[in-house]
Design a protein around this ligand. Structure first.
Ligand SMILES: NC(=O)c1ccc[n+]([C@@H]2O[C@H](COP(=O)([O-])OP(=O)(O)OC[C@H]3O[C@@H](n4cnc5c(N)ncnc54)[C@H](OP(=O)(O)O)[C@@H]3O)[C@@H](O)[C@H]2O)c1
Length: 270
């Protein structure tokens, strides 16, 4: 597995997202997530992203990483209005993760970020969190993110970037590279749509030589083909997909002509 710089961390180029997929309660469902986390370890995935907003996900991350805390970098997000509510939610994330240190704390979708960034910065200064970041889904938030990047208030940004959604290429990615700010890519498979909802089957044969065997791997390789990306964090509820999704992190950088092919083939099949 290739490791890349995410701020001051060396993270696996493929991480694990937990939106929807880790929002489970029952014992058998948690056992499946335990298998997912264990498969991450055997495939050298060392980074898990969660959020207070993801239902039971932080709790399930806490349960499934217990006793293995030193094997993973953990990231989560605060999403609420107001200083007190933010501090309460942040404290609860530590409790649910069963840890006294969180590697990356992000402001989810920039919600009340002017209030939460000072709180997170204080926690960073106190050594309770490693890095401060923000996430955003919409391009309208990019000017504010750029401000935060330029004023060095964030160590990382989390944004959508996939074969179709390329709005970060113009300004955010060049600036992140220039300033050494980490880039987490959310929705690398567009919530699975670009794998499971294509009208026709993409032709994988041009990618065989590179080692890509499934379209999900092609899409993840496309994301990692941009060296300004620190980590892509696909989510899954199926343990067997961890090995499949980890493979693109082991193949080296997809050549630009194959990257163009993956983009054109996705557009053809959409
Ligand atoms: N605003 C924000 O901060 C924000 C927003 C969105 C996402 N995120 C983060 O980014 C992570 C990833 O985004 P996402 O979960 O929305 O979307 P995603 O990773 O693009 O797609 C996840 C979906 O793809 C399917 N999938 C995964 N691997 C597959 C494979 N090899 N073949 C076929 N289908 C596959 C999964 O279904 P199965 O369960 O059936 O495998 C799941 O439904 C999230 O989990 C979250 O941590 C953050």
């Amino acid at each position: 597995m290739e490791n890349r710089k995410l701020g001051n961390l060396d993270v696996s180029a493929i991480g694990l997202g937990t939106l929807r997929t880790f929002d489970v309660e029952s014992g058998p469902d948690i056992a499946v997530r335990q298998q997912i986390v264990d498969n991450c370890l055997t495939n050298d995935i060392n980074f898990i992203d969660s959020a207070a907003w993801y239902g039971q996900a932080e709790k399930v991350v806490g349960i499934t990483t217990e006793g293995k805390r030193d094997k993973f970098y953990l990231a989560t997000k605060v999403r609420t209005e107001g200083k007190e509510a933010g501090e309460e939610q942040i404290a609860n994330s530590f409790h649910l993760f069963k840890t006294d240190y969180i590697d990356l704390f992000q402001v989810h979708n920039m919600v009340d970020y002017r209030t939460h960034i000072p709180t997170l910065t204080r926690l960073k200064e106190e050594g309770k969190i490693g890095m401060v970041g923000v996430s955003a889904m919409v391009h309208e938030a990019y000017p504010e993110i750029i401000e935060l990047m330029k004023s060095r208030q964030v160590d990382t940004i989390q944004i959508p970037y996939n074969v179709v959604e390329r709005g970060c290429e113009d300004e955010l990615l060049p600036l992140a590279e220039e300033l050494g700010i980490g880039v987490l890519v959310m929705e690398p498979l567009k919530k699975g749509r670009y794998v499971n909802e294509l009208k026709s089957q993409p032709d994988l044969s041009p990618l065989a030589e590179f080692g890509v065997k499934t379209w999900a791997q092609a899409l993840l390789s496309w994301v990692l083909g941009d060296s300004r990306v620190s980590i892509a964090i696909p989510a899954t509820s199926r343990p067997e997909r961890i090995q499949e999704n980890a493979l693109p992190g082991t193949l080296g950088q997809l050549p630009q002509e194959l990257r163009d092919y993956v983009r054109e083939e996705t557009q053809r099949c959409l």
